[in-house]
Each structure stands twice: as C-alpha cells, then as structure tokens.
Design a protein around this ligand. Sequence first.
Ligand SMILES: NC(=O)C1=CN([C@@H]2O[C@H](COP(=O)(O)OP(=O)(O)OC[C@H]3O[C@@H](n4cnc5c(N)ncnc54)[C@H](O)[C@@H]3O)[C@@H](O)[C@H]2O)C=CC1
Ligand SMILES: O=C(O)C(=O)Cc1ccc(O)cc1
Length: 364
Amino acid sequence: MYHKIGFIGLGLIGGSIAKAVRQYFPDYEIIAFDKNRETLALATQESLIHVAATSIDDNFKGCSYIFLCAPVSYNTAYLKQIAGYVDDGCILTDVGSVKTNIHEEVEALGLEEHFIGGHPMAGSEKSGYVNSKAMLIENAYYVLTPSAKVPEEKTERYRKFVEALKAIPVILSYKEHDYVTGTISHLPHIIASSLVNFVRDTDTEEEMMKQLAAGGFKDITRIASSSPTMWQHICLKNKENISRILEDYIATLQEAKRTVDAGDERGLYHLFDSSRSYRNSIPESSAGPIKKAFAVYCDIIDEAGGIAAIATILASNNLNIKNIGIVHNREFEEGVLRIEFYDEVSSSRAADLLQKFRYIVYER
Ligand SMILES: NC(=O)C1=CN([C@@H]2O[C@H](COP(=O)(O)OP(=O)(O)OC[C@H]3O[C@@H](n4cnc5c(N)ncnc54)[C@H](O)[C@@H]3O)[C@@H](O)[C@H]2O)C=CC1
Ligand SMILES: O=C(O)C(=O)Cc1ccc(O)cc1
C-alpha cells in the first residue's frame, strides 16, 4: 500500500527516524521540510527524501504520519500551520523531549483525534542530520502519549510502526512522561552542565582541573556537549516539573553535605553502597519487552575465512544456525558477528563452545 511520511525538522532525531523508515519500508515516500536548506539538499542527494519542501505546503497532503522533529517550542508552533494538511488517515506526532505544551496546544486547536505524542528515548550529545542514523532508535524505548480523543486503532497502528522500526513502544500519559523525563533526563542535564561550569569557574590559574579531569568526570558530563538550543527549549517548557525536581534534588545534596560534615562513616558507606546496588540493577540494554531471539554475539578476526571457521565449529557440533551476519548497532558500533539459533539450549551451547575456542562472546 502507498504511504507518504512527512518530516518537519530533519536533524539528529528526524533524520534517524527517516533513515529507519527508508531501511525498513523502502517503498514509502518521504517528504521533508527543514529550515536548513543544506540538510534538505544532502538528504535528497542521499536519496533519503523524495521531496524537499520549501515551506509547509500541499506536499504534506495525504501523509500517513507527519513527524514534528524540531526543538520543542517550534514543534508546537507548527501545529497551526500543519493542521490543514492532517486528514483522517493521518497520525500527527512529534519527537519532542517535553509533551505537556504540545498536548495543550493540540487540545486548543481541536487536533486531539489525530495527535499521538512520541519520544524516542535515544539520542546523543551530537546533533544535526549529519549525525543521524537508522540504528539510533534500534532497541530504544519509544514513548507514545496518545491524546484523549485519539481512536484506539490509531495508537495501535503507531505502536506497530514503532516496532517495525525496531524500537520498543511504551505508552504513557503526557503528564507522567514530563515528570519521569524531568527526573531521569532533564535534571541530569542541568547537573552535568552546571558541574562543568563549576569546574571552569573554580579551576586554578594553570587550569589543573581541566587538565586532570578523568574518566568519571567525563562520563557524567558527556551530555553537557549537547545542543544548547534544544535544552533551552526543554527547560522553558518543562519548567514546573524541573523546578520541583531540582528543589528535591538540592535537598538530597544538602543531606549528603550533612553526612560529609558529620564525618558519618555509616551514612557515607550507605550513600555509596545503596546507589551502587540501584545503579547495577538498571538494565544495560532497553530490550525489555522485545521478543527474545536466541542469539550470541562474537568478535571475529577481520580476515578471510573468519565466518567460515565459526560456522564449521558450530556445524561439527550439530548446532544449526538460523541466521548469521555482521551487525552494527548502538551497542556494537564497530560491528560484531551475530549468530542466531532456533532455541535457547543451542545458543548457550554455542556460546560455551566458542569461548572454548577463545572467541570473545557476548550473550544477550
Ligand atoms: N538529541 C536527542 O538526543 C534527542 C532529542 N529529542 C527531541 O528531538 C527534537 C529534535 O532534536 P534533535 O534532532 O536532537 O535536534 P537537531 O538540532 O539535530 O535537529 C533539529 C532540526 O530541526 C531543524 N529546525 C530547527 N528549527 C526549525 C524550524 N523552526 N523549522 C524547521 N526546522 C527547524 C534544524 O535545522 C535541524 O535540522 C527536539 O524536540 C528534542 O527535544 C528527542 C530525543 C532525543
Ligand atoms: O545522550 C544521552 O544519553 C541522552 O540523554 C540523549 C537524550 C536527550 C534528550 C532526550 O529527550 C532523550 C535522550
């Protein structure tokens, strides 16, 4: 069946979703508008998009999905302009990190039957179309916030579409979304940025702090390299949640200071021990509800015959391979050999066997 998908904003997230659509639905037509003409030229040249719209115009008629993928306040501002092109078959959605403002505007404009908010919980400190890639959303949670009046059938359709793009749909109310992301995403960002500035402002004349800043500091401040515009929009639009969460968090910092000031041995141990346990209980991959595949991942030597050697080891031990191939994804950016089996017993036998042959095996 013919499908047309529209994008307004084709940066890191819009570009990545469009690339996933191109990969999994090669015959879908993709049209895009972005205020950056170079982005549209590049996306056309790379055959990602068929139409580079010069404004929000008739090209957006008849889309199955329209994705708003600009910074959050701009997405909301586009609703009025796009409303005329949203028909019954169209799901209007966004990818913004904050949801309340856009849902309120959707209600005000009477677009609730068409709008399902979306938020892929994936990204990076990089931005722009040039950094976009289909695998960015692979295995990532993708929150959907259906409007109150959106028909169940539309939410189900979108949920399946997200699954087909290899992400993991999770349905939340927009209010819950903003409270949860306020704590696990927006607060950490403010902490990272203010910590970086704190180091800059209190560094010695010779900038020793900057010079010595090691792994831990870099780990927890990586996100301070993200797009300032994006984070400015997020903090403006999730103001109430962020303000309350910051207040609560400052209270926990004050508590930590009291523990340090008091030289409270047990209190200090408890702080680090309890946080370590909870941190270790957070799953490394977000592939929770996805159907389990019986696969092992294994590093291979980059030389002719590398795959054949592994296939021979498995075949001579009566292990039947269902699927085999090199994969590049968020976890294994450099690429790894993925071998899928028909059942769990075979996959764990294969993992043991390959380890015996000194292959580095990752079980997932
Ligand atoms: N970067 C991340 O890690 C994530 C970002 N998001 C959300 O995705 C949205 C986009 O963020 P990114 O793709 O990271 O940013 P980005 O900066 O990579 O892309 C934004 C794109 O929108 C275009 N744009 C900006 N203003 C525009 C306007 N007024 N009209 C048309 N196009 C315009 C830009 O030219 C750019 O191509 C934001 O709402 C953000 O909250 C969601 C999940 C993760
Ligand atoms: O790089 C990271 O770890 C991020 O946290 C990226 C990110 C940024 C904004 C979002 O709304 C979701 C994810």
